[in-house]
Design a protein around this ligand. Structure first.
Ligand code: A3P
Length: 314
């Protein structure tokens, strides 16, 4: 069966449009309108064929570099708050991505929840390419997005750091910028990814919670409460009195997580990315330190154009 899958996957991928992928060895493939790395693409196709979501699942969705590490930590802390406190939470000793299986990678044997059995999964798959069982099961989705200028800058640094650590040559800022604007970036076009989930969240507001990194940074406590309500784990008034939401916010803050030994390690996640690479600055507006005003204007213009009429602003 596995052999059959490999064979048909190889055949299918050979028909897809390809582009060079920001200095990575393997090209991006355009699948159902989005640019994917072949390893993840295989996982997506496999998940589309085999993944069986449960109605009680919560799926954390995002395009890379928009705050998925933070979201995973917050949801984990919310769901496990009665089992642990600030001094015992596994967040202190484990890398946040390890709490939540990544659909594209665990495709073959999905999914035994690796930690504490929390029914949470994560994916970068665009809404229109999600396995149908996710929609049919009625499970809940949380999508996090971020201003495209900060997302691009975060992605640019992330990619450069990974490639440099592999002694490979990353693209320069201008080249990466052009590709991003063209839509050729991991799981891109960026705007189409965001819009897919945005439109779906308008259609199914009780099934899809649409979050923005900037708003969450601004008022994390309110959003933690909103998240808890959405996934069916509301804070009781007693918990609120004891400032449990505040403690979760503090535990999952960039300052706290990025200073934990486990998150400073060079240990690899997914065999190629060091834990510490997921924690860079964690700020809103860092694009100002990287983009020229022309670049910023150009991205703003694309964003304006792409999102016009959608009711979404980024
Ligand atoms: P910067 O590169 O702008 O610093 P993802 O987790 O989706 O890969 O996104 C990574 C971005 O989120 C990085 O942005 C990273 O620093 C930031 N980040 C990581 N942990 C965070 C946290 N606890 N709070 C806020 N931002 C965080």
């Amino acid at each position: 069966k596995e052999y059959e899958f490999e064979k048909s996957f190889k055949q299918m991928i050979s028909t897809l449009p390809k582009r060079k992928s920001w200095g990575n060895r393997e090209d991006f493939y355009q699948y159902q309108g989005f640019w994917l790395h072949p390893t993840f693409l295989k996982g997506v196709v496999s998940a589309q064929q085999r993944f069986q979501a449960q109605p009680t699942d919560t799926i954390l969705c995002s395009i890379p570099k928009t705050g998925s590490t933070w979201l995973k930590s917050l949801v984990f802390a919310i769901l496990t708050r009665t089992s642990f406190d600030d001094s015992t939470t596994p967040l202190l000793s484990k890398f946040p991505h390890e709490f939540v299986p990544f659909i594209e990678l665990s495709h073959a044997d999905l999914p035994t929840y690796p930690d504490m059995g929390i029914p949470v999964l994560a994916t970068h798959v665009p809404y229109s390419s999600l396995p149908t069982s996710i929609i049919d099961s009625g499970c809940k989705l949380v999508y996090i997005c971020r201003n495209p200028k900060d997302s691009f800058v975060s992605l640019y640094h992330f990619n450069s750091t990974i490639l440099t650590s592999q002694n490979a040559q990353p693209p320069g800022l201008d080249e990466a910028f052009e590709l991003f604007c063209e839509g050729v970036s991991i799981y891109g076009p960026y705007w189409d990814h965001v819009l897919g989930y945005w439109k779906a969240s308008l259609e199914h507001p009780n099934k899809i919670l649409f979050l923005k990194y900037e708003e969450m940074k601004h008022d994390t406590i309110s959003y933690v409460k909103k998240l808890a309500d959405f996934i069916g784990y509301s804070f009781s008034s007693e918990e609120q009195q004891k400032e449990v939401p505040e403690k979760i916010v503090k535990m999952c803050s960039f300052e706290n997580l990025s200073n934990l030994e486990v998150n400073k390690r060079e240990e690899m996640y997914m065999g190629m990315i060091q834990h510490k690479m997921y924690f860079r600055k964690g700020k809103v507006g860092d694009w100002k330190n990287c983009l020229t005003s022309e670049m910023a204007q150009r991205l703003d213009q694309i964003t304006h154009q792409k999102l016009s009429g959608s009711g979404l602003s980024l």
